[in-house]
Design a protein around this ligand. Structure first.
Ligand SMILES: NC(=O)c1ccc[n+]([C@@H]2O[C@H](COP(=O)([O-])OP(=O)(O)OC[C@H]3O[C@@H](n4cnc5c(N)ncnc54)[C@H](O)[C@@H]3O)[C@@H](O)[C@H]2O)c1
Length: 356
């Protein structure tokens, strides 16, 4: 399959124009594009511009509102509850991050929860924004029914993702644990299928609760580490849904439905490091810690040990310089929607690449 390479800035401009054409305000269109292109920069392609068409359909068919003017329905010095009223998760996230960071500057720790939201994309985007240079950022979200307790035949919750990030000194600016609570994210299976690649066994379950490697037979995902992943997904439900008063996971809508909001819930938090330690000392210790991790003996062929987020941060540095790789099918989809919205996407096919 032919791949194309595109400058990330141009890609962001293009998707921004698409979201503008769909009726979003300029800053909102930019925020959604930033989220999607950031995922492609970090090679988290399952949450990158692959989602442009579904997000646009959601806006066009009423499943996501065009506004970001969501009310804060409850607020204290260090907490807030936002009702996204069926808006885009990307825009609810922007608002929540701004509030959480602002509050944690003075209150030192903050938590902002969101209800009645839509897909919030790559968790790392939010955790990294929350973290900035001086805080620990935490973000998690419920998502549509894809997972359940070990042995189940029906899903009970989504593969609720969570992410934690901080800057570990100048050398390691993006320490970030970001994961779905399923073995892998469903989006990754869809992306592999789109790229014509096989999906390993042990990731997806069919209608009978049996293992499948065919994305079309996928009914549920397996929880990461069995009952442990299930338990962590419930913790996400606690922080995101139970605290926000949002819709319980068994009752939220399939995210692929274009005409109804998913009604997922989210939680965003900041811990201001200076509440505990001098920031420079903290970062020096963290940097030394990762230096030591990099030095541990590894099996032959395993390469150096990596810190969480290292693979994605390394990809980001490469992709910022060399461009983002898009498979042909994705360029087709993006150009087709561009045609519908009268935005020229021909630049997407200017540069072929052998990169994967
Ligand atoms: N919005 C939603 O509804 C939703 C739902 C599910 C997942 N997601 C997103 O999907 C994305 C992918 O999730 P995933 O679970 O497939 O992630 P993953 O399995 O690719 O990575 C999980 C974590 O492990 C780290 N990691 C990977 N290999 C490593 C290694 N060799 N050494 C050290 N650390 C390593 C990564 O840096 C990352 O922090 C995430 O961005 C997540 O937020 C979003």
């Amino acid at each position: 399959m032919q791949n194309y390479v595109v400058d990330s800035g141009k890609l962001k401009e293009y998707t921004t124009k698409l979201f503008l054409a769909a009726g979003l305000a300029q800053t909102d269109a930019q925020a959604v594009s930033e989220l999607l292109v950031h995922a492609d920069l970090r090679n988290v392609r399952s949450h990158g511009v692959l989602r442009t068409v579904p997000y646009l359909e959601k806006i066009q068919k009423g499943g996501a509102s065009k506004t970001s003017a969501y009310p804060v329905v409850k607020e204290t010095t260090n907490s807030a509850v936002i009702d996204a009223q069926g808006g885009l998760g990307a825009l609810a996230g922007e608002k929540a991050v701004a509030i959480a960071r602002e509050k944690a500057k003075t209150a030192l720790m903050s938590m902002v929860v969101v209800r009645n939201s839509n897909h919030f994309g790559m968790g790392a985007h939010w955790a990294l924004k929350l973290a900035g240079n001086d805080m620990i950022g935490f973000a998690c979200s419920t998502t549509d029914l894809t997972m359940g307790p070990p042995g189940c035949k029906e899903p009970f919750m989504g593969n609720n993702p969570f992410a934690v990030a901080f800057k570990a000194g100048e050398k390691y600016p993006e320490f970030c644990v970001d994961m779905a609570t399923s073995g892998v994210a469903l989006g990754k299976c869809k992306d592999l299928a789109k790229r014509g690649k096989p999906i390993p066994s042990g990731w997806m379950l069919d209608k009978n609760g049996n293992d499948t490697t065919k994305v079309e037979d996928c009914y549920m995902m397996t929880p990461m580490a069995g009952h442990k992943g299930f338990g962590i997904a419930l913790i996400v439900e606690l922080f995101a849904t139970l605290l926000s008063g949002g819709v319980l996971s068994p009752d939220i809508n399939n995210q692929d439905l274009p005409d109804v909001p998913e009604l997922s819930s989210q939680c965003f938090g900041c811990i201001n490091i200076s509440a505990f330690r001098d920031l420079a000392e903290f970062q020096e210790t963290a940097e030394n810690y990762i230096d030591r991790l990099h030095q541990i003996p590894m099996k032959e062929g395993a390469g150096d040990a990596k810190y969480p987020g290292e693979i994605e941060y390394t990809s980001k540095l490469i992709n910022l310089k060399e461009g983002v790789v898009l498979p042909e099918t994705l360029t087709e989809d993006l150009m087709a929607i561009g045609g519908e919205l009268k935005v020229d996407g021909s630049f997407l096919r200017e540069h072929k690449t052998e990169r994967q």
